[in-house]
Design a protein around this ligand. Structure first.
Ligand code: PAF
Length: 306
């Protein structure tokens, strides 16, 4: 497996490769990342894992400085999961002096849900992912379903800016009590980690209510809040929105797929999770988001770049 630190070297290798799959990460790799890398490796071609703690997506007072960094461990985990390349550029390589003002802004989709308390976060995510897409030029890029808003924002960017990449949304990997794997779980105490299992229980209870015919948003949200309360968790938000554009929905949901999402602070960790309502695809094998213009047959990107 190769470790690449410069854009020039990454581009050179890209030019020599056919199919390329990219797993963008900020390192601190866990079982969720492992699943993303395995899914990418199964697709075939060159599997590139990018490891870059992106300063642009951290707000003032957030955990940029504290964010766990252990390149040697991440390289070993990437290799074990089947990666061919780790692309680990320095901050100055991705953001040379003078480039700070250039950002991708996507408007309202970045200002709802997590964007309300993290107003610059998704612009920072979109900017670095756009750069990675330009540098690595992947045919497929893999993202975890836990970060539903991130996936929605990147899908919108890919569509609106005509990126030639197919997004693959991979189901969330969970700890034994249902807590979604996240690099930030390491901030939890044992007791918080235990209580955090309530996030998943609350969401699946609401999903069950929905499956039994409940369509009133307020009733679904009340179900989530009641279960969180039993675990002494006060959520930052619990909301139902359209699953792709994250627009608000009527008081009574129709049958189109919807996203039920939440965020909650537990000690030093801000945790997020979600379920899809009205779509039984959630926990199936990787769901492929069609992000190009019109239907594209599987593997067509390979032919384009041959
Ligand atoms: O999900 C993450 O780890 C990051 O937001 C991403 C997509 C790698 C961009 O920095």
């Amino acid at each position: 497996m190769r470790i690449i630190e410069t854009i020039a070297e990454m581009r050179k290798l890209r030019r020599q490769s056919g199919l390329v799959c990219l797993v963008p990460t900020m390192g601190s790799l866990h079982q969720g990342h492992r699943r993303l890398i395995e899914a990418a490796a199964e697709r075939g071609g060159l599997t590139v894992v990018s490891i870059f703690v992106n300063p642009l997506q951290f707000g003032l007072g957030e955990d940029y400085d504290l964010y766990p960094r252990d390149l040697a461990q991440d390289v070993a985990a990437s290799r074990a999961a089947g990666a061919d390349v780790v692309f680990a550029p320095a901050v100055s390589e991705i953001y040379p002096p003078g480039s700070e003002a250039t950002r991708i802004e996507l408007g309202p989709i970045t200002q709802v849900l997590c964007g309300r308390t993290r107003p610059i976060h998704f612009s920072g995510v979109a900017t670095v992912v756009a750069k990675l897409f330009h540098i690595v030029e992947p045919n497929f890029a893999f993202f975890g379903a836990k970060d539903a808003q991130q996936v929605a924002v990147i899908r919108r960017m890919v569509r609106d800016l005509n990126f030639d990449v197919d997004l693959v949304r991979v189901p969330t990997v969970r700890e034994a009590n249902g807590l979604a794997c996240s690099s930030r779980n390491r901030y939890l105490t044992d007791q918080e980690r235990e209580r955090a299992g309530a996030l998943r229980r609350a969401l699946t209870a609401a999903q069950g209510l929905y499956a039994r015919g409940e369509r009133r948003q307020a009733a679904l949200i009340a179900q989530v809040s009641a279960i969180l309360k039993t675990a002494d968790i006060t959520p930052e938000y619990v909301e139902v929105r359209s699953w792709d554009g994250l627009t608000s929905l009527g008081d009574t949901l129709d049958e189109s797929p919807a996203l039920l999402a939440l965020a909650a602070w537990m000690g030093k960790a801000r945790l997020i999770d979600n379920v899809l309502l009205g779509a039984d695809r959630e926990e199936q094998a990787a769901v492929r988001d069609q992000s190009g213009e019109g239907p594209v047959a599987r593997g067509q990107s390979v032919q384009r770049r041959g």
